[in-house]
Design a protein around this ligand. Structure first.
Ligand code: SF4
Ligand code: SF4
Ligand code: SF4
Length: 188
């Protein structure tokens, strides 16, 4: 039988978020410049928006600017997609997708073809704010971070706990408690 040791500890997790206010974005692409410079090797040695982990999807005629940060890599493109109509103009789902995907060249290193992904400008020492947020003078990008408690369940349960849980699920907590009280009374 397993040794019974039940413990629930809480550990901290830092959640980082970049909030995007599309009403304030003017499509200046300063975020693309800053991101590509920050991630150049050596740092700031070159600027190439093709290497940026944030790209601004633009439609100048409709005055639509949408900064998209690079997300995960996928090996396969979607088999079915949506079409969005904004201010009377149609956009494919791919226009606003953050994925590095074989369906297009976005979020891929132009020389190597390797996928690019936003790393929130991880650095040592940690930046007060990611670069794209720092250079966004219009306030379209703002940064927030906070700590969250995450349950770190380290549970090694024995037969008794598992059996009790089954009984409670089947008969309800009160009936199990009554039966337990009755049993204990008989034993005394
Ligand atoms: S820097 Fe700000 S305003 Fe300029 S394109 Fe990027 S998100 Fe938009
Ligand atoms: S770019 Fe995004 S939406 Fe378009 S096929 Fe790839 S994963 Fe799907
Ligand atoms: S958070 Fe950093 S890595 Fe991510 S898009 Fe902004 S500048 Fe690039």
């Amino acid at each position: 039988m397993e040794v019974v040791a039940v413990s629930n500890q809480l550990k901290k997790r830092t959640v980082k978020e970049i909030r995007v206010n599309l009403d304030k974005c003017i499509g200046c692409r300063a975020c693309e410049v800053a991101c590509s410079g920050f991630h150049a090797k050596p740092k700031y040695s070159s600027i190439n928006p093709e290497r940026s982990r944030v790209r601004v999807v633009m439609d100048l005629l409709s005055d639509v600017y949408v900064p998209i940060r690079a997300g995960d890599y996928t090996q396969a493109e979607c088999s079915g997609r949506n079409t969005y109509t904004i201010n009377g103009k149609e956009y494919t789902q791919c226009s606003f997708c953050s994925v590095s995907c074989p369906a297009r060249d976005l979020f891929r290193e132009p020389d190597s073809g390797l996928p690019l992904k936003c790393d929130m400008c991880e650095d040592d020492p940690t930046l007060a704010e990611p670069m794209c947020v720092q250079v966004c003078r219009c306030g379209a990008l703002t940064y927030a971070s906070w700590e969250e408690d995450v349950a770190e369940e380290s549970v090694r349960r024995g037969e008794m706990e598992i059996g009790l849980e089954c009984l409670v699920t089947r008969f309800g907590k009160d009936k199990v408690a009554d039966a337990f009280d009755q049993l204990m009374g008989e034993k005394r």
